[in-house]
Design a protein around this ligand. Structure first.
Ligand SMILES: Cc1cc2nc3c(=O)[nH]c(=O)nc-3n(C[C@H](O)[C@H](O)[C@H](O)COP(=O)(O)OP(=O)(O)OC[C@H]3O[C@@H](n4cnc5c(N)ncnc54)[C@H](O)[C@@H]3O)c2cc1C
Length: 180
């Protein structure tokens, strides 16, 4: 396939897609706002479910490499009331379907599975516009412009691509969840 594929965002979604395309012999370029892979800490633990995230890792042929990253015991859950009384206590016996890994480790695994020039760091998308024939022009904040045959928005909650498809905007629903 000789199409210019632009994936905007080098989070877990964009990188997984780039990897799956790569193993099927399809080249794509990932444009990421952050300046480098270690520009910021990537956040905490993720539980990767066997019916979603693990299926993606299998499609990416990275499931075997994912297994050593699992934090043993990390799937244990305990719920206490405000007085410290234990309401729920689920130990992790290693058989659960949602093991925990560090987000940064998973991102690194995906990055290492791609050609070094796949991700263009320091490319913050400012605007996207249609050329009317299916192609789109990506305008980056530092002034570079790229034309792509296929554009994939993997640029997170505040996606610059989403408005091409939907008027939906992220909104606070009034509930906060704190996990320690
Ligand atoms: C607190 C929290 C806990 C979570 N826990 C889990 C969990 O346990 N298990 C699980 O499966 N999921 C979990 N999730 C959901 C998971 O984080 C998301 O589903 C996943 O990160 C989505 O991946 P993504 O690549 O689409 O977007 P993101 O991971 O948000 O990545 C978006 C990327 O796009 C880049 N970007 C943003 N704007 C631009 C721009 N204008 N130009 C270029 N690049 C841009 C960002 O820098 C980033 O690298 C959690 C989410 C949160 C917030």
């Amino acid at each position: 396939m000789n199409k210019a594929i632009a994936i905007v965002g080098a989070g877990l979604g964009g990188l997984t897609l780039a990897r799956v395309l790569h193993i099927h012999g399809i080249a794509a370029t990932v444009y990421e706002a952050e300046a480098s892979p270690d520009a910021r800490a990537q956040g905490g633990m993720l539980d990767i479910h066997d019916d979603s995230g693990q299926l993606a890792l299998k499609a990416a042929r990275l499931h075997d490499e994912f297994l050593p990253l699992i934090h043993a015991g990390g799937q244990a859950s305990r719920v206490l009331d405000k007085d410290g009384k234990v309401l729920l206590d689920q130990p992790d016996d290693g058989t659960g379907g949602r093991p925990e890994v560090r987000r940064g480790d998973l991102r690194q695994l995906l990055l290492e599975s791609l050609r070094a020039d796949t991700v263009r760091w320091g490319h913050k998308l400012g605007a996207v516009s249609s050329l009317g024939d299916g192609r789109h022009v990506l305008d980056f904040a530092h002034g570079e412009t790229v034309t792509a045959d296929i554009v994939v928005g993997a640029d997170g909650a505040w996606s610059k691509i989403r408005p091409l498809l939907s008027a939906a905007q992220p909104a606070y629903v009034g509930i906060s969840f704190i996990e320690t």
